[in-house]
Design a protein around this ligand. Structure first.
Ligand code: ZN
Length: 102
């Protein structure tokens, strides 16, 4: 599969290729863009794949609740693949390893 070219700086092209699994119910990582844990990965479920070509998805993100100072589950829309805050990536391609553990 060819590497996907995604416009803008918000997405990392290495994180998603056309043909990668992108299905409702799939668990991925979401990089928090709000709260005290901004920049850390949290598990998220793909609710709807908007664009397989772009890797754009709707997510429900499972936070660490009060520790993240966020709602337990938050909705994020039109999320693009990448490693920057506010993006998603496959768990097995997580660029951060176990960074979010202490
Ligand atoms: Zn991750």
């Amino acid at each position: 599969m060819a590497k996907l070219k995604i416009g803008g700086e918000a997405a990392n092209n290495e994180m998603y290729e056309i043909g990668d699994p992108l299905e409702t119910g799939q668990m991925v990582h979401y990089v928090l863009n709000k709260g005290v844990s901004t920049g850390q990965c949290r598990p998220a479920v793909i609710i709807k794949a908007w664009s397989v070509a772009l890797g754009s998805v709707q997510l429900q993100v499972f936070t660490d609740g009060q520790n993240d100072m966020l709602e337990n589950i938050v909705w994020r829309t039109s999320v693009l693949p990448g490693e920057v805050n506010g993006s998603w990536h496959p768990i097995n391609k997580c660029p951060f390893g176990r960074r979010d553990t202490t």
